[in-house]
Design a protein around this ligand. Structure first.
Ligand SMILES: Nc1ncnc2c1ncn2[C@@H]1O[C@H](COP(=O)(O)OP(=O)(O)OP(=O)(O)O)[C@@H](O)[C@H]1O
Length: 364
């Protein structure tokens, strides 16, 4: 899947359930990041494999193989790169693909690395082609050719680099050219987290933020966090505000549910936009199929917003399907909104069923 699909565009930019980091996240994330592999929740396979890779490198007294981390935003790629540095007792340099537009930008970074340093290159799929080609040689031979001069008189001056470990992160592993992908010794795909894992993330973060929370309160937040630790931490902060202002500061299931109802994040993590799309699909178009443009007009949003912001999560949750004939709601969508699907052969509006308690863009 294309995880960039779930980035923010237009009116959806301020969503509480956006997977990308906002300013407030950046300010608090440093404090909440696990510092070593044992603190890193979930991703069992990745953790075990990485643990072996790092231990083996330490035993050999060598730098670790280059590591590629792929997966949706907010699943812990940056966190894991910092853990790699901590486990290797090495400094870390952080940069990103879009920041490296020229091969010279990359040469400057590479030539200033210390031996064993971890170079974290976020959004590696967005690096320019000349920089990418320079990276091939740097990863394989710890050497780059710096081109001096222009035209026929240009000469390549080889520059030796100290051994380093590149940790590349991408939301789009499929976009990486095979020669780049093949140069990583270890590739890990980060999965969305299970609710019980997010519950642990929430409880851990609550501890660090000095917030009292019970098991059910943590479970309630976890269930609405769309499989993503960053969203779990963000919802926790909003629930903490509510608990502090409207209650005694302690987070229980009731407090979490009431707080997130204020922010219109429902029990499954759908927000106002997601529910608006689903409600239009069910109430106005009998569950589809309906074309994307028509659906977008019906919810008063841009086509791109519906397609790139709302739909990826609805598809992932099995609530909506993209078919050649248009968007179609699944049986789970009817159940989630508490509506009865129309009986085949009738054209009446769907009747509200049990559980249709929450208001959406179209009312209940
Ligand atoms: N496995 C985990 N256990 C505990 N907390 C986690 C875990 N993974 C991520 N987090 C928390 O989620 C937040 C976001 O993580 P991080 O910045 O590493 O995500 P990312 O995948 O690098 O996102 P992006 O792709 O947007 O850069 C951090 O505050 C971190 O503390």
């Amino acid at each position: 899947m294309n995880w960039d699909d779930e980035t923010d565009t237009g009116s959806a930019a301020e969503r509480l359930v956006a997977p990308a980091a906002d300013g407030e996240d950046q300010a608090v994330e440093a404090a909440l990041r696990p510092k070593d592999l044992s603190e890193f929740v979930g991703q069992e396979k990745v953790r075990q494999q990485l643990d072996l890779v790092l231990k083996a490198a330490r035993q050999r007294g060598a730098t670790a193989d280059h590591v590629l981390l792929s997966g949706a935003p907010g699943l812990g790629k940056t966190t894991l790169s910092m853990i790699i540095a901590a486990e290797m007792n090495a400094p870390i340099r952080i940069t990103s693909g879009p920041a490296i537009q020229h091969a010279g930008d990359l040469a400057a970074i590479l030539s200033s690395l210390q031996e064993g340093e971890i170079l974290f290159l976020d959004e590696i799929h967005r690096m320019s082609r000349p920089a990418e080609e320079m990276l091939y040689m740097a990863m394989e031979d710890f050497r780059v050719d710096v081109i001096v001069g222009k035209g026929p008189g240009a000469t390549a001056i080889p520059l030796e680099l100290p051994p380093f470990t590149l940790v590349g992160a991408t939301t789009r592993a499929g976009l990486l050219p095979p020669p780049l992908r093949d140069r990583f010794g270890f590739t890990a795909h980060m999965e969305f987290y299970e609710p019980h894992e997010l519950e642990r993330v929430v409880r851990r973060s609550a501890g660090l933020l000095d917030v009292e929370i019970d098991t059910d309160g943590a479970a309630e937040i976890a269930g609405r966090s769309r499989g993503t630790p960053r969203i779990a931490n963000r919802l926790l902060r909003r629930v903490r505000d509510y608990a502090q202002v409207r209650a005694d500061g302690r987070i229980t299931r009731e407090i979490a549910a009431a707080a997130l109802a204020v922010y219109e994040v429902d029990a499954r993590g759908l927000d106002r936009l997601d529910r608006g799309v689903l409600e239009a699909l069910l109430k106005l178009f009998g569950g589809g199929p309906v074309g994307l443009s028509t659906l977008a007009v019906a919810v008063g949003e841009e086509r791109e917003t519906v397609e790139e912001v709302a739909e990826p999560f609805l598809v992932r949750e099995g609530l909506l399907a993209r078919t050649p004939r248009g968007r179609v709601a699944t049986p789970a969508a009817w159940t989630h909104l508490g509506l009865e699907p129309p009986v085949p052969g009738t054209s009446g509006n769907p009747a509200p069923g049990p559980g249709s308690g929450q208001q959406g863009l179209f009312g209940a």
